[in-house]
Design a protein around this ligand. Structure first.
Ligand code: GNR
Ligand code: NI
Length: 172
């Protein structure tokens, strides 16, 4: 298992629509292991494969709280199959946009269909933090970031800041 480097804004990889996984193989298993290690090390509650530079539709997450038992979940080709009308506001962050936070409104509950590593089709109802995180991760698979849900002013401000930072670090 290896901690892989995170892809950071404004890397254009973050705007790619990730590919459907046709059949999960040994490389998929190794990628998922590395994604869990990278996610727990960060620490983060979710991670999309694109955030470690692999543009396939794979997500890891663990929405357990604090000292509770870990609840690692790997999802291949995840899809939202229904969403509640009820909405919820959550202050989101993203490992690809370090130290920036913003309040995003999303459905409170969602139904998610995905494949597990054995290729079995599973369905789960998610609410609370898990519902927020899976919607944030599926956005990543579609090249979308949580800042796209904020006002244009806030979004452009944070993009500018990260562009400037990248120029500074790249120009050394
Ligand atoms: O670690 C993370 N925390 C988080 C908090 C609120 C809403 C979404 C998230 S996901 C984020 C990790 C990440 O960037 N996943 O893509
Ligand atoms: Ni994110």
């Amino acid at each position: 298992m290896t901690i892989r480097p995170l892809v950071i804004l404004p890397d254009p990889l973050l705007r790619i629509v990730s590919d459907v996984v046709a059949n999960a193989d040994g490389a998929t298993k190794a990628l998922i292991d590395d994604m869990f290690e990278t996610m727990y090390d960060a620490p983060g509650v979710g991670l999309a494969a694109v955030q470690v530079g692999v543009t396939t539709r794979i997500v890891t997450m663990d929405a357990s709280r604090g000292d509770d038992e870990k609840q690692p979940l790997a999802l291949i080709n995840p899809e939202i199959i229904w969403s509640s009308d009820a909405l919820n506001e959550y202050e989101e962050g993203c490992l690809s946009i370090p130290e920036f936070y913003g309040v995003v409104t999303r459905p409170t509950k969602v139904g998610v269909r995905f494949l597990d590593l054995d290729g079995k089709v599973l369905e789960r109802e998610m609410d609370g933090l898990a519902a927020t995180v899976i919607q944030h991760e599926i956005d990543h698979l579609n090249g979308k970031l949580f800042i796209d849900h904020l006002s244009r002013l806030k979004r452009e401000r944070v993009i500018k800041k990260f562009q400037k930072q990248a120029r500074r670090e790249g120009g050394e």
